[in-house]
Design a protein around this ligand. Structure first.
Ligand code: TYM
Length: 335
């Protein structure tokens, strides 16, 4: 679904847990700059979400500022949107507490991401279970109309919708009910090595993931080594997840409809020429991102000024929403 019509509020973010990958880029960041024109845009860095799994404090601090550089490198112009850090703003965790009091616990246990992460075992803290409520608070605090994300976040945005509707029904109209913006192509980029699981920063096999900072040689090597199958037809057949994933990446990177790409590659025999075209498309797409990133990543003063300005813009909005919510739920005002 694509947003249309009048100027709306966009809110979205990416966890500061390492260099963004092709899934983050094609599923989300590559579309963000197209939204600056028509909408009021808030892009934030959910560092409070990041601690729901163990982090090294110094690394998290560094990754948070680095994430600001990566956002800008992906095309965000801080003069046309607000970029801010979640923990700098009073309101996210406060609103999450209120929303948590409206959320049946069973709904949290049913969240796919909680099920996946907790199934892996060791570090299952209550923050991981509560995570989707904090995410709902992130969205509702700014009355976002649209939330652009990849497919894996759909269920979380649905929860934000449910909570907005529930709060409005319980206490009177307060929140905008947000609409998820999830593209048909690119919303689910899979691992290059294990195409049945999604591309992720935490994949121990470095060749399974392309990072936005990868140079031409690395991109080519990873694409050349990407898993396909013994066939030679280039098509979006779910029974052949390796080649289907590569075609999906090609379509998203070049903005080509799947049917058009299938027709284009119908005469190709073997996967090598297709892989070369795909790698060239990614090199062309990510080259400017890598260059912008190299130019700003060490300019800490500039990056700090961006998040300072972002916080100055959004804090009054957060305060206003929170004050309204506190009044509605019956918290006594401080005089
Ligand atoms: P995160 O940091 O896991 O991912 C950031 C964005 O990248 C998308 N994405 C993908 N898209 C396609 N293919 C993939 N393999 C892939 N991997 C990641 C995600 O869908 C997301 O859009 N909970 C969120 C962060 C968050 C948030 C929010 C987002 C916290 N509060 C409020 C929107 C609004 C997360 O962990 O995303």
């Amino acid at each position: 679904m694509e947003e249309s019509g009048s100027r709306g509020v966009i809110l979205t973010g990416m966890q500061p847990t390492g260099t963004l990958h092709l899934g983050n880029f094609l599923g989300a960041a590559n579309r963000w700059n197209r939204m600056l024109e028509r909408h009021t845009c808030y892009f934030f860095i959910p560092n409070q979400h990041a601690i729901t799994v163990p982090q090294v404090p110094a690394a998290l601090r560094a990754a948070t500022l680095d994430c600001v550089a990566q956002y800008i490198a992906c095309g965000l112009d801080p003069r046309r949107c607000s970029i801010f850090i979640q923990s700098h703003i009073v309101g996210h965790t406060e609103l999450a507490w209120v929303l948590g009091s409206l959320t049946p616990i069973g709904q949290l246990y049913r969240m796919h991401q909680f099920k996946d992460k907790s199934a892996k075992g060791e570090h299952i803290y209550s923050g991981l279970l509560y995570y989707p409520i904090l995410m709902a608070a992130d969205i509702l605090l700014y009355n976002a109309d649209y939330v652009p994300t990849g497919e894996d976040q759909r269920q979380h945005v649905e929860l934000a919708r449910d909570l907005a509707e529930k709060f409005n029904a319980t206490y009177s109209e307060t929140f905008t009910v947000p609409v998820p913006l999830i593209e048909a192509v690119g919303a689910r980029i899979m691992s290059l090595k294990f195409p049945e699981r999604k591309m992720s920063k935490s994949d121990p096999d470095g060749n399974a993931t392309i990072y936005i900072t990868d140079g031409p040689e690395v991109i080519w090597k990873k694409i050349a080594a990407a898993v396909t199958d013994s066939g030679d037809r280039i098509c979006a057949d779910p029974e052949r997840p390796g080649i289907a994933n590569l075609l999906n990446i090609y379509c998203s990177a070049t903005n080509t409809a799947v049917g058009v790409a299938e027709e284009k590659f119908a005469t190709y025999r073997g996967y090598a020429p297709f892989k070369r075209e795909l790698a060239d498309a990614l090199i062309a797409l990510l080259g400017p991102v890598r260059e912008r990133y190299a130019a700003i990543k060490n300019d800490k003063k500039y990056l700090q000024s961006v998040i300072h300005n972002g916080a100055e813009t959004v804090q009054p909005i957060a305060h206003k929403t929170l004050a309204k919510v506190y009044r509605k739920v019956g918290f006594l005002e401080k005089k």
